[in-house]
Design a protein around this ligand. Structure first.
Ligand code: GDD
Ligand code: MG
Length: 331
């Protein structure tokens, strides 16, 4: 057994999936953001499979908003080859409070990977673990570069990748290197986060650790990265997974132009393109033209409708001839 396999046997993970998904309304009125389908499966499934591929055996879902919708789908994780537990916050505890609360359910002793529940990334999580170990770090942040860092945590580094400052969402960020939303924490550091109260890992824990002189490192990576927190980004994630620009082993097999889930019926005269998803048992009527859309389970698209970059709610019936672009139908 190689040394990386030996250490991976004690790796656990926490997935932060308790946010309200406000920027995704109306899509998140009934469904929490991480359960929204992306390339045909709930977004969280892509992250769970990524964690499993990095040797993680146990993952705790830190839930709050619409917490009850996760367990019926993911269960104990057996179907996904990983042990899944749930830590429910009655009132949201913030990202730091959620981590402290969820860590109580983890039995694995090794370093813990923590994922924002809305990030699609191509970074090599195993390499991030190895970087963490090599640096004898207490915390390692996955970082990426973006054109405009204002909506993110801007992170300053030394030449040898030690983090010197963490600036959450500021008007004039000092750098374009941002927190990409996947951390590795040693257990001892998590134990320092106060429990039972609201704590922001970005605004309190990281600045506090830096003040104490803790060994916080940045793992800078330039592979695919996307926060799916807006409708345009959610569509892009789905399209990129189907086109192959983004990769996930959880994406169901599909044709080169679109994904049709089991039971979908597409009329022979309809035209579906642009990495669209046609949900289970959905029907696309004759002459309809669908490009770059997410048509959810059981929806019916009437004849000659022309839809592009549009979400259609599960079970909704789009009348024939409707033309829509960048819309939400049935939410
Ligand atoms: N359990 C739980 N409880 N989860 C929470 C809570 C909470 O109180 N608050 C937020 N979350 C989860 C969200 O569901 C999401 O998956 C993740 O924490 C991050 O919250 P967002 O609301 O999506 O934050 P953001 O996108 O504005 O900023 C964060 O992500 C950026 C990268 O996408 C920050 O971590 C930034 O520093 C970072 O750059
Ligand atoms: Mg986000």
């Amino acid at each position: 057994m190689s040394s990386s396999n030996a250490s991976s046997s004690s790796r656990g993970a926490i997935l932060l999936v308790g946010g309200m998904g406000t920027r995704l309304q109306p899509l998140t009125l009934q469904t929490p953001k991480p359960m929204l389908p992306v390339a045909g499966v709930p977004f969280t499934e892509h992250q769970i499979i990524k964690a499993r591929e990095a040797g993680i055996k146990e993952i705790v879902l830190a839930t709050s908003f619409k917490a009850e919708l996760f367990e019926p789908y993911f269960g104990d994780g057996e179907r996904f080859g990983i042990s899944i537990k749930y830590a429910v916050e009655k009132e949201p505890l913030g990202t730091g409070g959620a981590i402290a609360n969820a860590a109580k359910s983890l039995t694995q002793a090794g370093p813990i990977a923590i994922f924002n529940g809305d990030v699609l990334s191509g970074h090599d999580l195993n390499a991030q673990f190895e970087f963490h170990e090599k640096n004898r770090a207490e915390v390692t942040l996955y970082l990426t570069k973006v054109a405009d860092a204002r909506a993110f945590g801007a992170v300053e580094l030394t030449a040898d990748f030690q983090v010197t400052a963490f600036n959450e969402k500021m008007e004039n960020p000092p750098t374009n290197t941002i927190n990409a939303g996947c951390y590795i924490f040693n257990r001892e550091v998590i134990n320092q986060i106060p429990t039972g109260q609201v704590v922001s890992v970005e605004r309190e824990t990281f600045p506090g650790l830096l003040k104490q002189g803790a060994r916080v490192f940045g793992f800078v990576d330039s592979s695919y990265w996307l926060d799916i927190g807006t409708p345009a980004a959610l569509l892009k994630a789905s399209q990129d997974l189907l086109s192959g620009l983004a990769k996930s082993a959880a994406t169901p097999s599909h044709s080169s132009d679109f994904l049709a889930l089991p039971g979908a019926k597409i009329d022979a005269t309809a035209n579906v393109t642009g990495n669209s998803v046609i949900g289970a048992d959905a029907i696309v009527g004759q002459g309809a033209r669908i490009t770059g859309c997410v048509v959810n389970d059981g929806a019916i698209i009437g004849p000659d409708a022309i839809l592009s970059n549009t979400f259609v709610a599960a079970g909704f019936e789009v009348p024939g001839g409707v033309i829509a672009e960048g819309s939400y139908l049935g939410y």
